[in-house]
Design a protein around this ligand. Structure first.
Ligand code: ZN
Length: 291
């Protein structure tokens, strides 16, 4: 069953994308050995990546979401493509901050102040880069602000990660709801009222609601219908060849320094896979570079 679905509501004036990202976020937690608050922070970003990645159209298009904060977490980077592959990492997987008074994980506490960056590479020409200061550091609000500023359409974003007592991801998910600019005020008010009364996305998933039921509920329109479905999952496309190209693209001095070691080990930031290169291979690269 697909874990991301897109819907239309209110006679095609409102579009909704809804995702159950539980497995995706749990995979990230295991790979990066994330503490609970970094799990929530990276999990929300991965969920947003999954939702925004669903609008990419071709193989060449790539989307990178980045938060650069001054808190203990450092930065968060998430990358996605049109096939629903999502990957990401944080600078400090062990960052923690005291819980909020309401008992919730203090995501903004580990992010601090900083910027949100959105890089859309359409595979042709220069990538589009959007950058805005963080509003709250709670991520959903920061993206809501970004959409209000950049696209100027009413947008509601919900992102949630529920971390279990043992630190694993019990439930993760999110939705993005956008209304066309000429949507009547009364429909917007209806949706606003419904969302203000609704449970959180993770609570709705916990209650066993399907993505269709969630979209129908939050839009407050029984005629909400599905237009597309897709699978999103954790996937890192790194390989020995890619790492070799990365080393090759370094400066000559830097590569020569690597050639001093018997074994050069490089690891992928996204999935921690380690790749080893022998001295002879590095020397071959130097010779190749001098051609
Ligand atoms: Zn990798």
């Amino acid at each position: 069953m697909a874990n991301l679905k897109k819907f239309m509501a209110h006679v095609d004036m409102v579009k909704i994308s809804c995702v159950d990202s539980t497995e995706l976020v749990e995979e990230a937690r295991k790979i990066h050995k994330l503490n609970p608050t970094p799990t929530a922070a990276l999990g929300r970003m991965l969920t947003m990546g999954a939702l925004m990645g669903a609008s990419l159209k071709s193989e060449e298009e790539k989307l990178t979401l980045q938060i650069i904060g001054d808190g203990p977490l450092g930065s968060i980077l998430v990358s996605t493509n049109h096939t629903g592959d999502v990957k990401g990492y944080v600078s400090n997987p062990r960052a923690e901050a005291p819980e909020k008074p309401n008992g919730k994980l203090n995501v903004s506490g580990i992010i601090g102040k900083g910027d949100l960056r959105i890089i859309k590479d359409l595979g042709i020409g220069e990538p589009y880069v959007g950058s805005l200061p963080l509003v709250t550091g709670e991520i959903a609000e920061d993206f809501t602000y970004y959409f209000a500023k950049s696209e100027q359409i009413p947008t509601v974003i919900a992102l949630g990660v529920l971390v279990d007592k043992d630190g694993s991801v019990k439930r993760a998910g999110g939705y993005i709801l956008q209304a066309l600019p000429d949507t009547p005020e009364q429909i917007l008010e209806l949706i606003e009222k419904r969302i203000s009364e609704s449970k959180s996305i993770t609570e709705m998933l916990e209650d066993g609601m399907s993505l269709t039921e969630i979209a129908t509920y939050i839009s407050d329109d029984l005629d909400t219908y599905e237009v597309e479905e897709r699978d999103v999952s954790w996937h890192c496309d790194c390989s020995r060849e890619r790492m070799e190209r990365a080393i090759f693209s370094m400066g000559k001095d830097a590569i020569e320094e690597l050639a001093e070691d018997e074994i050069t080990e490089v690891s992928c930031h996204f999935c921690n896979t380690k790749y080893q290169f022998e001295k002879a291979e590095i020397q071959k690269m130097i010779a190749e570079k001098q051609k």
